[in-house]
Design a protein around this ligand. Structure first.
Ligand SMILES: [Cu+2]
Length: 508
C-alpha cells in the first residue's frame, strides 16, 4: 500500500467530487436570476477541475498498473497496455477518455451557452458516468459489474459530490464573489445559502443510507471497527463527517435564519432558535454591515466544512486502498470464532508436528493429519474429484466458486490464462488475510507454502488438497501485489449449498 497510490487516488476522488460539485453549484445552488453573475467564475473553476480530473485519470491508470504488476517503474511501458487491454480495471478505465473529451469540448465550445440548464445537465451526466467508473473499480465491484453494491457505492460518491463538492464550489467561487460584489445583498446571500443547505441535506440523507449499507457489507462485524486498520480509518472518516454534520446543522438552523432575517424574509424563526438571537434585527433596519458580517460568518463556516471535506476524501482514498475486513474474512469456518487479532497458527508452520499441535484444539474432527484448520495436502491416490480453474489477468478466477464434500481429497488443476504471474493459494479467510499482509511486507517472497502454487504466464499446475471432515468455507486467492485487493479470490464451499450473499457471521 504505497502512499503514492493513495495520493493519486485522493487526487482523483477530489477531482471527481469537485467536478460534480461545481456543476451542482451552477445547476442548483445559484438562483437562475443570478446566473449571469456566477456562471462565468464557475465555468472557469470547472476548467480547473476538468484539468485535474484528466491528470488524475492518467495518474490512477499508471499507479494501478504499477500496483498490479508489482514491478519496477521501468516495466511500466510494458504493463500499461496489458492492463488496458487485458484487465477488468483497464476496460472500465476506457470509459473515461471519451467522456473527458466530451467535457473538454463542452467546456471550450459551450462557453456561450453556459447559462443553459441543458448543457449543465449533459455535463453533469458525463461527470456522473466518470464517477461510476470509480465505483466499478473499487471494492464493491469485487463481486461483479453493475451489482447492487456498485450502484450503492456510486450513489454514495454522487452524494459526496453534491455535498462536499458544492461546499468546495461555495468556498472557491461563490462566497468570494458574493462578498466582493454583493456584500449588501442579503436576499441573494440568503437565497444561495438556503439552496446550498437544502442540497446538502438531501445529499447527506443519501450519504448516510448508502454509507451504512456499504460499511456493514465491508466490515461484517462491529469489533473490526477497532481491531482493523480499515475499521479505524473508517472511524476517522465517520468522525469527520459527524463534525461536518454538526457545522452544517448549525449553519442551517442558526446562521441561515439570521441571514433570512437580514434579507427581510417574514418567515418567523422557530422558538428554540429565536432565543439565541440576542438582538433580533428588524427587517427594515438590517444594514449592509450586519449582512456583510453574517455573510463572513457563513463563509468561515463553509470554509471549515470544505477543509473537513478534504479530510473525509483523503480518509475515503485510504479506505479505497485498504482491505475491507469482510472481503478478507467474511465468514470463518462454521462454528469458528471471528478473531481479527489473529493468533497466528497457520502461516509460518515450521513442521507438521507443531502445526497439528496448534490446530488440533480447533479441529476435533482431524482424522487425517490436519496441517491447517482448512485441511492438508492430499495424496494422489486419494483424489476423488478434479476441479479445473483458470486464473485471469482481469483479477478473477474462473469459476469463482466451487463445491467440495467434507473430507474429500480434490485435485485443483489451475491454468494461468494471462500474461501476469498469478498464484493459487488455498486457505480460510484468516490464512488469506495473513498471507496478504505477509506479501505486502515482503512482495518478493517466493512461494514455498504447501497450500499454494505460483503460476507463471500460460502455465498449468496442480495441487492436491484434503478438506476437513466438516462444513466450512475455504478460499483460493492470488497474492501477487494488488491482485487480492482487486478481488482475485474464489470460494470453496465445503459441504455447503451455494449461497448468494454471506450474511452476518453465525455465532456458535
Ligand atoms: Cu493474480
Amino acid at each position: 500500500m504505497h502512499p503514492l497510490y493513495i495520493t493519486f487516488t485522493a487526487i482523483d476522488v477530489f477531482a471527481t467530487v469537485l467536478t460534480l460539485g461545481v456543476l451542482a453549484c451552477g445547476l442548483w445552488v445559484v438562483p437562475h436570476e443570478a446566473a449571469e453573475a456566477f456562471h462565468r467564475p464557475l465555468w472557469r473553476m470547472f476548467g480547473v477541475s476538468l484539468a485535474l480530473l484528466t491528470l488524475s485519470s492518467v495518474l490512477i491508470l499508471l499507479s494501478r498498473s504499477l500496483e498490479m504488476s508489482g514491478g519496477p517503474l521501468s516495466a511500466l511501458p510494458g504493463v500499461v497496455p496489458m492492463v488496458l487491454s487485458g484487465t477488468h480495471y483497464g476496460r472500465v478505465w476506457w470509459v473515461r477518455p471519451p467522456l473527458l473529451l466530451l467535457l473538454w469540448i463542452a467546456w471550450i465550445g459551450g462557453r456561450r451557452y453556459r447559462n443553459t440548464r441543458a448543457l449543465g445537465w449533459v455535463m453533469f451526466a458525463a461527470a456522473a458516468i466518470i464517477a461510476f467508473t470509480r465505483s466499478e473499480t473499487g471494492h464493491p465491484a469485487d463481486h461483479g459489474d453493475f451489482t447492487f453494491a456498485v450502484w450503492v457505492d456510486w450513489l454514495h460518491l454522487m452524494a459526496a459530490g453534491l455535498w462536499i463538492g458544492s461546499l468546495f464550489g461555495m468556498t472557491l467561487v461563490i462566497f468570494p464573489r458574493l462578498r466582493r460584489h454583493h456584500p449588501d445583498h442579503p436576499v441573494l446571500a440568503a437565497d444561495i445559502f438556503q439552496r446550498l443547505s437544502t442540497l446538502a441535506g438531501l445529499a447527506l440523507a443519501l450519504i448516510l443510507v448508502t454509507g451504512i449499507y456499504t460499511a456493514w457489507k465491508q466490515l461484517g462485524a462491529w469489533p473490526v471497527f477497532v481491531t482493523t486498520s480499515y475499521g479505524r480509518t473508517l472511524l476517522v472518516k465517520l468522525s469527520l463527517v459527524a463534525i461536518l454534520i454538526l457545522i452544517g446543522a448549525h449553519n442551517r438552523y442558526f446562521k441561515l435564519p439570521r441571514l433570512q432575517q437580514a434579507a427581510g424574509r417574514v418567515r418567523p424563526l422557530p422558538r428554540w432558535i429565536a432565543w439565541t438571537l440576542r438582538k433580533p434585527a428588524a427587517p427594515a433596519t438590517a444594514d449592509a454591515v450586519t449582512t456583510a458580517q453574517r455573510l463572513r460568518a457563513c463563509t468561515h463556516a463553509v470554509k471549515a466544512e470544505s477543509l473537513l471535506g478534504v479530510g473525509v476524501l483523503v480518509a475515503a482514498s485510504v479506505l479505497l486502498h485498504g482491505m475491507p475486513p469482510a472481503a478478507m474474512s467474511a465468514i470463518p469456518a462454521f462454528g469458528g470464532t471471528m478473531s481479527m487479532g489473529g493468533t497466528s497458527s497457520s502461516l509460518s508452520v515450521p513442521d507438521a508436528g507443531t502445526a497439528s499441535a496448534a490446530t488440533s484444539a480447533a479441529s476435533p474432527a482431524a482424522a487425517a493429519p490436519a496441517m491447517f484448520d482448512f485441511g492438508a495436502p492430499g495424496k494422489a491416490s486419494e483424489v476423488r474429484a478434479t476441479l479445473r480453474i483458470r486464473a485471469l489477468d482481469s483479477m478473477r478466477f474462473e469459476p469463482a466458486e466451487v463445491h467440495v464434500k467434507p473430507g474429500e481429497t480434490v485435485r485443483f488443476v489451475v491454468t494461468n490464462r494471462g500474461k501476469l504471474v498469478h498464484e493459487f493459494v488455498i486457505g480460510d479467510a484468516r490464512e488469506q488475510r495473513e498471507h496478504e499482509l505477509e506479501m505486502q511486507k515482503m512482495p518478493d517472497m517466493p512461494m514455498h507454502d504447501p497450500n499454494g502454487i505460483t503460476l507463471p504466464p500460460g502455465k498449468t499446475r496442480s495441487i492436491i488438497w484434503t478438506f476437513p471432515d466438516r462444513p466450512m468455507r475455504v478460499e483460493y486467492a492470488c497474492h501477487q501485489p494488488g491482485h487480492f485487493a482487486a478481488g482475485m479470490v474464489g470460494r470453496i464451499l465445503v459441504g455447503q449449498m451455494p449461497r448468494k450473499t454471506p450474511g452476518p457471521p453465525a455465532r456458535p
